[in-house]
Design a protein around this ligand. Structure first.
Ligand code: PRP
Ligand code: ZN
Length: 300
């Protein structure tokens, strides 16, 4: 390991793997490794990647073995709750740094179709889950007395096998639930991929902090750009105000004169997610030749 090298923990396989690598690539960080290699170097910035099982990532970060980790928020929350139970006087030595806006899912209670759900219906029931601490926390906060059964995976099978009456598991598309004859009853946690940072050894060396800042700046730029579009359009000069009003969050749009003195071009960056609705409104306000392009990176 090079001195002052920043270590980032990634999931070695599974849902977050591909998208984590893709996000780093967009930050201009290429990872050189093959599937069996659990430690990889990167080009350009002083960053080393450790490939771990997802449950291990919060521990490696909290122990300070890794400075950063990319992990599902659901796993991070579970580990924070387990830590709180054992060390109520000391905060978990890892913190949420950035929400990464991919791998959205939710941790929900789901029941067989015949089960009529209410908080009261949970009384003395068995609930199978891979997230016992998060589930217990929900039950405690709602004054529910139910039995938590821990399962490492394939939780959806539990009701059929009569291991439990209902389950508490992750839902992304809902396909697994449907295939197993279960219906979602209540969401207990919304989750997405997050970047976590170690607080075990603070402050870090200046060289390491510089590398961290370099990485954070790139990530911020990419994440901001992810939902932004660069909009170019032409319009009659008389419509400048009406059109600029439709481009909120764009700072100040650029207005460029055209050869025809009655017309202008307007350029702006917009974070509006409903881009088709926006185009309709722009057209109604007199815009034409509207061109929309993706944005690669934004540095404020
Ligand atoms: C996860 C989760 C659900 C499923 C949800 O399981 O535990 O079973 O994905 O996804 P869906 O709503 O898109 O169907 P995973 O595939 O990670 O396997 P495991 O639970 O056996 O570890
Ligand atoms: Zn599953």
């Amino acid at each position: 390991m090079k001195p002052d090298c920043v270590r980032l923990a990634l999931q070695k396989s599974g849902r977050l793997y591909e998208q984590s690598i893709a996000l780093l690539k967009r930050c201009n960080i290429d990872i050189y490794h093959n599937y069996r290699q659990l430690l990889a170097r990167t080009n350009e910035i002083n960053l080393e990647i450790l490939f771990l099982r997802d449950d291990d990532i919060p521990h490696f970060v909290a122990d300070g073995i890794c400075d950063l980790g990319i992990v599902g928020e659901n796993i991070f929350r579970e580990e924070c709750l387990i830590w709180e139970q054992h060390s109520p006087n000391r905060e978990f030595p890892a913190k949420l740094h950035t929400r990464l806006q991919f791998s959205h899912c939710r941790l929900s209670l789901s029941v067989p179709e015949s089960f009529s759900y209410s908080l009261n219906s949970l009384r003395n029931r068995k609930i199978a889950t891979s997230y016992p601490a998060t589930l217990q926390d929900f039950l405690d906060r709602n004054g529910c007395n139910a039995q938590v059964i821990k399962m490492e995976g394939s939780v959806e099978l539990a009701p059929k096998l009569q291991i439990a009456d209902l389950i508490c598991d992750l839902i992304s598309t809902g396909a697994t639930l449907e295939a197993n004859g279960l219906v979602e009853a209540e969401t207990i946690l919304e989750s997405e991929a997050i970047l976590i940072q170690s607080t075990a050894f603070q402050p870090v060396s200046e060289a390491k902090q510089n590398t961290l800042n370099q990485l954070f700046t790139r990530l911020r730029g990419i994440l901001q750009a992810m939902h932004s579009k660069y909009i170019m359009l032409n319009a009659p000069k008389t419509q400048i105000n009406a059109i600029c009003k439709l481009l909120p969050g764009a700072g100040s749009p650029t207005v460029i004169p055209l050869l025809d003195p009655t017309q202008v071009a307007i350029h702006a960056v917009s974070g509006e997610p409903r881009i088709w609705e926006l185009m309709e409104s722009l057209k109604k306000a007199g815009a034409y030749s509207i061109l929309i392009q993706p944005v690669e990176v934004i540095l404020p």
